[in-house]
Design a protein around this ligand. Sequence first.
Ligand code: ADP
Length: 627
Amino acid sequence: MSGRVPSAAGASSGRAACLAACLVAFLVVVAAPAMGADRSAPKRILLLHSFGRDFRPWSEYALSIKAVLEQQAQWPLDVQEHTLLTARFNNPGPEEPFVNYLRSLYAGVPPDVVVSIGAPAARFAQKYRDQLFPDTPMVLTVVEERLVNRADLTDNDTVVSVQNNFTAAFYGILKVLPETKTIAVVIGASRLEKFWLDEIKRETAPFEGRLAFVWYNELSFDEILKRASVLPPHTVLFWGLMSVDGAGIVHESDLALRSLRAVANAPIFSYQEPFFNGYTVGGPMHSIGDTSKKTVEAVIRILAGERPSTMRFEPLQFGPPKYDWREMQRWGINESDLPVGSEVLFRQAGLWETYRWQIAMLAAVILIQAGLIGGLLYERRRRLVAEVESRQRLAELAHVNRYAAAGELTTSIAHELNQPLGSILTNTETAELMLKSESPNLVEIGEILADIRRDDQRASEVIRRLRSILKKTPFEIANIDLNDTVGEAIRLLSAVSDGRRIALKFAPSTSVLRVKGDPIQLQQVILNLIINAIDAISQAGATEREINVATAQSDAFAEIRISDSGPGIAPADVKDIFNPFFSTKPQGMGMGLAIVRTIVEAHGGKIAAENQPSRGALFTILLPIAH
Ligand code: ADP
């Protein structure tokens, strides 16, 4: 026995241990999850819509409520949505089937919270709560204060109501568009819309005499669209609600407003933020954000265990006014006319904001370009100034060079002057003698006097030519006949060539050679070339002594050819003779041909030197023909 006692005792302690182990196991497996269910099991929220999941304005509130809930709830959520469509019909069918459906869906597994959105959903939830979810807490949200059925509220309900203030909305319109004379109110003809029509009408009282109101509730929506497109000036449209139009046609509020916006010739105002984006001008409105924040607060507090009846929410008023910048531009509303504290949204970035970098780049490119153009213009001006200066220098240098040439001409000019002066003297003496005779032959004396006059004119002509070539003149371009200019230079030099017993022959072109040029400068060219030719022939002591000057037209150029019977240019020197200070003469300056080339090029022409196959040098000048 003694052996059993311990054994019995052992058995009993074994059972206790087993019981304890089972209890612990039960607590771990069953009770612990049950205790922690508050935090890990999803909370089931039933959202009850009034008109449809996509029916504005309520759809926007529902979307926002769901988003804020997801953000703020500490529990996993299972949001289930149902729509009470009957609110959209003027003669709705029975609600019983829908009630039955919900009852079967939630029998035994009621949701944790019911949230009704809009007045029709609130009415339905209150009416059927006993049958559907007698013990489930309810949040009735987005219900206008006037439509809250407070009499049927239970301890398990709380209300987040809103308060429509149409008077404030109309004042808001007058504030931004003070010229407004008429407000056309767009509203449908459903039971709910009829209620609101009367309410809006009541709130127009303060505007009597100041504003005319037009009511579209009895019109079909097509007719409303027609009228809205031809509204008189200073009329605005006020968007109430469009669920069922005056012709009994059901509308989707959002789509209806969009078509109205497309045809309306007047701005559209509304008191609901969900209609704000792109459709209405703005003003004081119910704020989606404020309403959903309050609703979510109520839901979370209920989920956390607070009793709904202990929560009280003041009816939500319009939020601070908001305006659509694009609509303001369209209807000429100034920002300065907006009520204090207004917010302007949808501002479109200006050109500068949108294309800041591109504009900055463009400006930089334009600036650089302007700088370059400025620089180029400055350079061009400097070049022009330099060109004018160089022409002046050229004229001065050529003048000095002409004096030098004139020096060489002195002897032959003196010789040329001597001839007529000598004849004048002889003729005068003869005439004097004849006058001393008793019967002077007056006819002969007359002839002598004519000779004297002719000689005098010859001498004067020599002096005129010399003076004209020595005249100091600036570079002046004129339309000239090249044959005249060359002929004049040759006449000046004929005495020199005669003195050196050189035949200077000129063969002008048969037609006139018109060029643009400075006759004095071009004469100097001929002068220098012929003096060089005379020098070459004289130095070589050639037996054949001849210089040929010829002019001709060669395509678009006038050509002057000056050839001589001298020894020609040493082949090694041909490329250098136009360089300044190149001379093979003991007393030579080496400037004559340099000046010649500069003058020819200043006339847009070209000069070339070569040796003739037979003998002597040939200089060819090409000058552009003037048109
Ligand atoms: P300069 O007459 O003071 O020497 P130019 O510039 O007029 O200077 O002439 C340069 C050189 O060209 C001359 O020294 C001469 O050697 C050569 N030259 C010019 N014309 C002729 C010519 N018709 N025949 C041969 N050589 C010439």
